[in-house]
Design a protein around this ligand. Sequence first.
Ligand code: KIV
Ligand code: ZN
Length: 519
Amino acid sequence: MDKNRVLIFDTTLRDGEQSPGATMTHEEKLEIAEMLDEMGVDIIEAGFPIASEGDFRAVTEISKRAKNAVICGLSRANFKDIDRCWEAVKHSRQPRIHTFIGTSPLHRDMHDLTQDQMATRVHDCVTHARNLTDNVQWSSMDATRTEWEFLKRTVDIAIKAGATTINIPDTVGYTAPAESADLIRRLIAEVDGAQDVIFATHCHNDLGLATANSLAAVDGGARQIECTINGLGERAGNTALEEVVMAMKVRHDIMPYSTVVDSTKIMNISRRVAAVSGFNVQFNKAIVGKNAFAHESGIHQDGMLKNRETFEVMRPEDVGLSETNLVMGKHSGRAALRSKLEDLGFELGDNELMDVFVRFKELADRKKEVYDDDLIALMRTNDGDEDHLKLTALKVVCGTDGPQSAEMTVVVDGAEKSVTATGDGPVDATFNAVKQLYSHDARLQLYQVSAVTEGTDAQATVSVRLEEEGRIATGQSADTDTVVASARAYINALNRLIVRRTKSAPGADVKGVDYKDAG
Ligand code: KIV
Ligand code: ZN
């Protein structure tokens, strides 16, 4: 392999999906995996197979389907996890087992293991994994807070036991660029056999340094960056794939490294991950934020008209952002809609297109101009045919004299039910109506509204996250009526929660397994 080639290891479906509230459905995971595979990601960490039946199924299916990427599963450092991981990834054309344990003093105390006991565990687990496959990744979790001598010892043992990739995670986002580079450089220089394996960097963004730390690690000799789309991940998230890929591309003069990621596919996958995870991208986020290529001020606009390079270090097209935004109207046909949605990264079957077309026409009747962002919002409205609850009517009375009231009709498992509920504001009244129609104890964790475009006829996208006995579900909807969008998003989240109730025992999903516990 070219010595400056950097492997991109995407963990959106494992570390990203593991972040509270970002849970994706099986189909969504398959869709994201397919997009990652098509965009040229080298390794897809598809999940944590022992964590739940759902994770196992997803990793298995992704392993069967992936055409290009190595498919990796995570496992704690014990034989049961490793065997389960292998059962899922073995279907891949290129399977990888990733096993880890926290090696810092805090983690050793938590596991009640001495350095010697932990060293034995590293040896036994990597050897066990290596007996199953020749592609094994070892991670000394919390490496950046592990004593140097002990870190070196775990890396040395893992390499001798046959690990082919050594990951040095900055699990709590604690390191800084110079230290990140130095750590990898010294490990490669001082551990026997280190030149024959790939060193990986896995940074969290607690201090906002994940991208800088990952790129510094590459300067230090790392040749695998672990990252997620949009930087999705627990707490402040992981290194953002789009940032490291574009940084190495745009500043190739000082970072002469290359990847095989097709950067023009970045925007589409970013939008899709935002949609399925329910984690909106902040407007000023580098590369994929709504404002990343927007030039509002007079001086900037003037400069841009004369020469785009005045205020842009890369072209919007480089990341897959189309130049024209104004798109469709009520006279646009189905073929035009299909082609526009394909440009935006949505491949639809005929039936799905019919359904979207009907909703598009309804929207075009209400809204003079339908923009790309409106279509994306429309696609984010994720009602399903199998839904237990379906909203059929909603009338809300608002005014300066409360309480506000909501008259709602919902079909619950085939039976139509109506109610009028009051509340502190129209949304509260609406949510109370849903609770009266379908009694449940789910707690509202997130209610988020944002305007899709400008103008008073803009659609609002609403995200709702509900939690019940440790299970979390997110629902989304978009409508020019904010209260209708809110009702649909709430009902959508509830439908997903009901499905999850029937599919798993409480705590049986990935959040139920403490990945800090090496089992
Ligand atoms: O952050 C971390 O240390 C991890 C490991 C499991 C690699 O995600
Ligand atoms: Zn992590």
